[in-house]
Write a protein that binds this ligand. Sequence first.
Ligand code: NI
Length: 169
Amino acid sequence: MKLTIVKWPEPVLQQPGEPVTDFDADLRTFVADMFETMYDAQGVGLAAPQVAVSKRITVIDCSSGKDPKAKMVLINPEIIERSGKLYEEEGCLSFPEIREKVQRAAKVKIRAQDEHGKWFEAEGEELLSRCMQHEIDHLDGVLFIFRISPLKRDIALRKIRKMQRAGEW
Ligand code: NI
């Protein structure tokens, strides 16, 4: 079932998500719904707060559905190592049409649980690394727009307000 993606400034986007404790059939259905919603929106990552569920769950697929091995479910994830620097443009399904360059680690190692509760570790570089950091930020209520300079943020927020007034947001 496709879920509704909420846009900024929906308050749930800036709340830290609750840790997941029940790894039951409902969770697995929700994860499947998140993938469906993400592919439909042509995103490479989606976090539960973006569908108004304040929990520490995110799904990622940097192959946009082309490689089944690229599908990742990160539940209660944490970044345990980071190295290097990247400065690339990012977008977010909760900020349609806004793209900004964000400073990120070039490589990260994360630890997370899968949809059955099993802990695992994974490493990401380049796009996957940025995606992991962007999505894990969502679970802490941190949005990419707050990782750019105040000047650029003001310009982006003005653009959003203009779209809101025009009924395009
Ligand atoms: Ni996002």
